[in-house]
Design a protein around this ligand. Structure first.
Ligand code: NI
Length: 165
């Protein structure tokens, strides 16, 4: 089982590399990521969160039958229309905040076999894709908050961590 890294781990702040070789290890990695995500009841998980500095993330929404895998994703278009919606992150467990993002996106990516696909997404799917895509550049949802809100979350997170010990 893959371990999910949490805030403070430097892997979460690293940039990632494109996947060029679509060998049998890619579906194995994707499956392991889906398993780790579902084990924590998450709806998205990106490579850096499991210490893999590659451009891959997985998404599993409650209303969809199976998890989706995005490899080497590029967000081609984003809507001008923005929305605020509550986000959390398996790497910052227990913390939630409203994040403003475009409502609609067009994203291009490859599947586990390297086959390219393009989708238009809105709603929760668009939201999760943007959150996970951020992870691939070392960006966390707290980076998209005002400094005041970020400080508040970080303080609360630290307090919770101390209580657990
Ligand atoms: Ni996250």
């Amino acid at each position: 089982m893959l371990d999910i890294l949490t805030l403070g781990d430097e892997f979460l702040r690293e940039k990632t590399e494109r996947i060029k070789d679509f060998g049998p290890e890619i579906p194995v990695l994707a499956d392991a990521m889906v398993e780790a995500m579902q084990g924590e009841r998450g709806i998205g998980l990106a490579g850096p969160q499991v210490g893999v500095l590659k451009r891959i993330f997985v998404v599993d929404l409650p209303e969809e039958k199976s998890a989706r895998v995005f490899i080497n994703p590029e967000i081609l278009e984003t809507s001008q229309e923005l929305a605020s919606y509550e986000e959390g992150c398996l790497s910052i467990p227990g913390m939630y905040a409203n994040v403003i993002r475009p409502v609609y996106i067009t994203v291009q990516a490859q599947d586990v076999e390297g086959k390219p696909f393009t989708i238009k997404a809105d709603g929760l799917l668009a939201r999760v894709i943007q959150h996970e895509n951020d992870h691939l550049q070392g960006v966390l949802f707290i980076d998209r908050l005002t400094e005041e809100k970020r400080e508040k979350i970080l303080k609360e997170y630290e307090k919770r961590g101390k209580r657990k010990k």
